[in-house]
Design a protein around this ligand. Structure first.
Ligand SMILES: NC(=O)c1ccc[n+]([C@@H]2O[C@H](COP(=O)([O-])OP(=O)(O)OC[C@H]3O[C@@H](n4cnc5c(N)ncnc54)[C@H](O)[C@@H]3O)[C@@H](O)[C@H]2O)c1
Length: 436
């Protein structure tokens, strides 16, 4: 395929060499005459393991070249990869001036091109940037997105120092597009790599790099706070983290990574507080760990706001315990949420299969009688009672009984979902997820 790459820095130079090595003809474009000259002399524009001999070999095979001339690069290629810099502005915002400058140039040149053109944005950009890029092209070219040209978001995951290795061994290839053929064409550039190709919505792809890198920063800082606590206790932090990482079921795993309602139960809140006070007693500052509980409280506030926005006053709660399959009400965020709403004068009916059962058998009776007697009065013994008495249903856990009832066409209540119910329920009208 004939490919053009705009921006010949770390990402652009590595893509230029590696795509050529995979058999493509690649032309690089940069505003820097020096970088263009380097490529045209068979030299890389960056210091990076293995890139020098790749650029030299591909230059000798005449598969790579570089230019400052946008028009040649766009008119003679089918796919353009955008890899210009997206630095932070002084205020911390993303500076997209380079990328939008590129878009203007694309607009001017595509005006004269008859063939369909694909633009893949490899730079790290915020959600909405591909759309804005396309708007600029439309404005300057008079052409139409998805008729004359298509946008694909294709974030890069390489790390400097191991960039060539990372190019050939990515964790996955991610493409966001609203044009399936364009996504498939860009996917074909990476199909031979040993990684899954994920094709998704443009904005999902655009956001991913930020989510990944924020999580990587979080991991470093979490490791350091744990390390600092360990050091104060004369415990080897590396032994602790090595064992932590061995747990691939709960720790290093997708488990718990589910946007939804606040955490609760008898262990997470208690043990989090335990570690916080331990750190505090040893004069170790742990702002990251201390912020976890605050974020959790905000999720309960968010639920209150989402409920208030519906303007419904008669609320039916399905689930009171902190997760499905248990009657444990200790530190259940649903209890806090309901207490807050009671204080605001809402009428509330509650059904919880497990709490009802335990109430009958007496296993959790003592807790209910001593801690939440005011809530036990609101509890119904049949789910149908809650459905009948309520204008809005709030689902707090994913018990099969609740799912079955909500699937039933008989009930058309508005639903607020804290637990990501099955798709058939999510598609119903008047459905709202707490954060999706
Ligand atoms: N460096 C990394 O490890 C890495 C990894 C993944 C993603 N990214 C992202 O990829 C993008 C590029 O990063 P980089 O490190 O390669 O940047 P870089 O600064 O090394 O290179 C950017 C290049 O773009 C050129 N350029 C600027 N304006 C231009 C224009 N109008 N036309 C043509 N070229 C122009 C610059 O001269 C420069 O050579 C950024 O969004 C970055 O966040 C970087």
């Amino acid at each position: 395929m004939n490919i053009s790459i705009f921006g010949l820095g770390y990402v652009g130079c590595v893509s230029l060499g590696c795509l050529a090595r995979n058999g493509h003809n690649v032309i690089g474009v940069d505003v820097s005459e020096t970088k263009v000259k380097q490529i045209n002399s068979g030299m890389p524009t960056i210091i990076e393991k293995d890139i020098d001999h790749i650029i030299r070999e591909e230059h000798n095979k005449c598969r790579i070249s570089a230019t400052t001339d946008y028009s040649k690069a766009i008119l003679e290629t089918d796919v353009s990869i955008i890899a210009v810099g997206t630095p932070s502005s002084n205020t911390g915002h993303l500076n997209l001036q380079y990328i939008f400058k590129v878009a203007e140039n694309f607009g001017r040149i595509l005006r004269t091109k008859d063939k369909f053109h694909i633009i893949a944005i490899r730079s790290t950009v915020l959600p909405g940037t591909s759309a804005k890029f396309a708007e600029i092209i439309e404005e300057f070219s008079g052409k139409k997105r998805n008729v004359d040209f298509a946008m694909v978001s294709n974030p890069e995951f390489l790390r400097e120092g191991t960039a060539v290795h990372d190019y050939y061994n990515p964790p996955l290839t991610l493409l966001g597009s609203d044009h399936p053929e364009a996504a498939e064409t860009v996917a074909s550039l990476y199909r031979q790599l040993p990684a899954e190709v994920v094709i998704t919505d443009v904005k999902v792809a655009e956001l991913m790099k930020y989510v990944n890198n924020t999580f990587h920063a979080l991991k470093v800082s979490f490791g350091n706070e744990i390390g600092n606590i360990c050091a104060a206790l004369n415990i080897d932090s590396h032994k602790v983290i090595d064992i932590f990482c061995k747990d691939k079921v709960l720790n290093i795993s997708p488990y718990y990574f589910k946007p939804g309602f606040a955490y609760g139960g008898s262990c997470l809140p208690k043990d989090l507080k335990g570690l916080q006070t331990l750190a505090h007693d040893h004069y170790v500052k742990t702002p990251l760990i201390e912020s976890i509980d605050k974020t959790n409280e905000l999720q309960i506030t968010r639920a209150v706001e989402v409920i208030q926005q519906t303007k419904k006053r008669k609320l039916g709660f399905l689930g009171l315990s902190f997760k499905a399959g248990t009657d444990d009400l200790r530190n259940s965020p649903a209890v806090t949420l309901i207490e807050t709403l009671l204080g605001k004068g809402y009428e509330i009916a509650i059904y919880d299969k497990n709490v009802h059962l335990s109430n009958l058998t007496g296993t959790n009776k003592e807790y209910i009688d001593t801690h939440i007697p005011h809530l036990s009065k609101l509890m119904k013994s049949q789910i149908s009672e809650v459905m009948r008495e309520s204008e809005l249903i709030i689902v707090n856990n994913k018990e099969k009984e609740y799912v079955d009832v909500l699937m039933n066409v008989e009930w058309e209540h508005p639903v607020i979902d804290m637990v990501r119910l099955p798709e058939d329920i999510r598609k119903k009208k008047n459905y709202k997820g707490i954060n999706w």
